[in-house]
Write a protein that binds this ligand. Structure first.
Ligand code: GAR
Length: 187
């Protein structure tokens, strides 16, 4: 099986990156992670790239020229698919247009509800019955784009921001690989 050359973009802890690295080592998983791009110097997640010997590249997204730097790096590694995993920056339209329907993201809410930041606090404040995570295609709008997989759970009366985050992230570790399999089984 020829695996799809993939780049994962991260900004933080990288637990989804770690999970995707482990999945991608399975024989029948459709992608191989050939590159990790990160935009935060203090990003712990880059240590997973180091540990699993995956090339990694820091890009300072404060500067406009970072768009071209990213595109150059993607080209260098022949990347044809991108997974955003806790990447806290809007993807410039130049990159989105070049990778049309080839960029997916995971978000910690049941989209289209609770786009943006602080999802858990807002979910609690609004006394929602359920929450969860969504994997979706990336387009030019924030946390928008076609939904691939959505997973949910019921919120308990004693849930807090911390417990919701914990439960949501555990769901994410199932949702993201499932979404990737789905994307490539439809092609
Ligand atoms: C994940 O929960 C992901 O859903 C969220 O950041 C976390 C990253 O965790 N992404 C967003 O909020 C994007 N809008 P990780 O670094 O441990 O994978």
């Amino acid at each position: 099986m020829v695996k799809v050359k993939t780049c994962v973009f991260i900004s933080g802890r990288g637990s989804n990156l770690k999970n995707l690295i482990l999945c991608s080592r399975e024989k029948n998983f459709p992608i191989k992670i050939n590159l990790v791009i990160y935009n935060n110097k203090n990003c712990e997640g880059v240590n997973f790239a180091k540990k699993y010997m995956i090339p990694f590249k820091f890009v300072n997204t404060k500067f406009k020229k970072s768009e071209n730097e990213i595109l150059k790096e993607l080209k260098k590694y022949n990347i044809s698919f991108i997974c955003l995993a806790g990447y806290m920056k809007i993807i410039p339209s130049k990159i989105i247009n070049k990778y049309k329907n080839k960029i997916i993201n995971i978000h910690p809410s049941l989209l289209p509800k609770y786009k943006g930041l602080d999802t858990f606090a807002r979910v609690l404040k609004n006394k929602e019955k359920k929450t969860g995570c969504t994997v979706h295609y990336v387009n030019n709008k924030l946390d928008d784009g076609g939904i691939i997989v959505k997973k949910s759970f019921f919120i308990k009366s004693n849930d807090s921001v911390i417990s919701l985050k914990y439960k949501t992230q555990n769901l994410e570790y199932r949702a993201y690989p499932e979404a990737i399999i789905k994307v490539f089984s439809n092609i």
